[in-house]
Design a protein around this ligand. Structure first.
Ligand code: AMP
Ligand code: MG
Length: 418
């Protein structure tokens, strides 16, 4: 898994700004190189490996956009109504009717090919039929109306999707419309994940009186799955430096990234940092982010290492803002610009300058009907309810020192972070 060289970063021990940490990670991580073919039904969420060029135009042939009557634009009634005999009928899927003669109309249906010579279609709702079966057309229709010309959507040879695109359902639809059965994608990023802590036990096992069920690992697994990673779950490791170092070294051999939670601060039971240094090197371990601060990044025998803090909210926030961009870089996805919604704050908050903070907030309607962000009433980084009962994070930049009700703040809905 030679992704990284061990000496590619150098950073002291102070707090690193979030943007700097992300830029550093992104500039040094090389995307996984191997590609594979993903069949259409499995392409959603995969990272496109090469630009996709349209092998045919869309629509592939000129066709009617409505059910109605096609005719020569030159025959359009200038004023008043005009009657046309109906010379043919063409349904979707039929090859085109014989060329249309001047003075005639052709019965046509949505998606059917336009007969040669016809360039305009009347909607059936806008016409009447006379007793002899002729169609009575009103004046006023624009020449070319209700026709979908070949190539109006996609022209043949154009680049329709770029390498690095994470395929969405609409992208898959486009690939299918072009007649392809599979696309070239990067292989999935291989991620090993484990929790640390003597107090942490797996859900389903017996919990001692001073123990907690492991929630982080399942949150992280779910977040990794949404990013299309192939995850190896290494369970829970006790707070033992040698054990952690051994597992890190083993996991590095078969994964692109090792993601852990807990044990990255400076307590006596926090062994993750030292373990990383014993088998690889640490790039940074403190980021100016709250909740979060102790978030470590390193390199272990060519694999990337990211150690998230143990508190569940800190784990969530640092995954979203540090691990997620790193994983996207490994996956070969184009960098993501998070589009924060400008929203009115419905809360006051004081904050230290020089670090980025994320405040858990719910959306509500203000008295004037406009949406505003309401802060979750408590701040603990261990409160899972604060993530479950809110809609997203208000991002307060490094320069911000406080928020007053009515200030416009940047709101990131959870849907944009997951
Ligand atoms: P640490 O980062 O190891 O100092 O842990 C900080 C806090 O997060 C402690 O209260 C831990 O009990 C808690 N914690 C650590 N790991 C987990 C986990 N996997 N699930 C839930 N809570 C955890
Ligand atoms: Mg711990």
């Amino acid at each position: 898994m030679a992704q990284l060289s061990d000496d590619c970063f150098a950073f002291g021990g102070s707090l690193m700004p979030v943007d700097e940490a992300v830029a550093l990670i992104a500039s040094r991580l090389r995307p996984v190189a191997e590609t594979e073919m993903a069949p259409l039904a499995e392409a959603d969420g995969r990272v496109l490996a090469e630009d996709l060029v349209a092998p045919l135009p869309l629509p592939p042939f000129t066709n009617s956009a409505v059910d109605g009557y096609a005719l020569h634009g030159a025959d359009l009634p200038a004023e008043g109504e005009a009657v046309f005999p109906v010379s043919a009928r063409v349904q979707a899927g039929m090859s085109s009717a014989a060329p249309i003669e001047p003075g005639q109309a052709v019965r046509i249906f949505t998606g059917a090919p336009m007969p040669e010579g016809a360039d305009t279609v009347f909607m059936q709702e806008d016409v009447r039929l006379d007793e002899a079966g002729g169609v009575i057309l009103p004046a006023g229709l624009r020449r070319g109306a209700n026709v979908r010309p070949a190539g109006e959507d996609i022209s043949v040879g154009s680049t329709v999707l770029r390498a690095g695109q994470i395929l969405r359902p609409q992208d898959v639809a486009l690939v299918a419309a072009l007649g392809l059965t599979e696309v070239s994608v990067r292989r999935r990023v291989r991620v090993a994940v484990f929790s640390t802590g003597d107090e942490i036990v797996a859900p389903g096992s017996t919990r001692g009186p001073a123990q907690l069920f492991d929630s982080n690992r399942f949150m992280l697994r779910a977040m990794l799955a949404r990013l299309g990673c192939a995850v190896t779950d290494l369970g829970i490791l006790r707070d033992e430096g040698d054990l952690i170092a051994r597992v890190l070294a083993e996991a590095a051999a078969a994964h692109d990234l090792i993601l852990t939670s807990g044990g990255v601060s400076t307590g006596e039971a926090d062994h993750v940092k030292a373990s990383v240094e014993s088998v690889g090197s640490l790039v940074f371990w403190r980021v100016a982010i709250k909740p979060g601060r102790p978030v470590a990044m390193g390199v272990i025998r060519g694999a990337a290492f990211i150690g998230l803090p143990g508190n569940p909210v800190a784990s969530f926030v640092t995954f979203a803002h540090v691990a997620r961009p790193a994983i996207r870089a490994l996956a070969g996805a184009k960098p993501e610009t998070l589009l924060a919604m400008p929203l009115r704050a419905a809360f006051s908050y004081r904050k230290k300058e020089g670090r980025r903070e994320y405040v858990r907030a719910s959306l509500r309607r203000g008295a004037d009907g406009a949406y505003e962000a309401e802060k979750f009433p408590r701040e603990g980084a261990g409160l899972l309810s604060s993530l479950v009962d809110t809609d997203g994070l208000v991002e307060l930049g490094e320069e911000v020192t406080g928020v007053k009700p009515g200030d416009i703040v940047r709101f990131l809905p959870y849907s944009s972070l997951l």
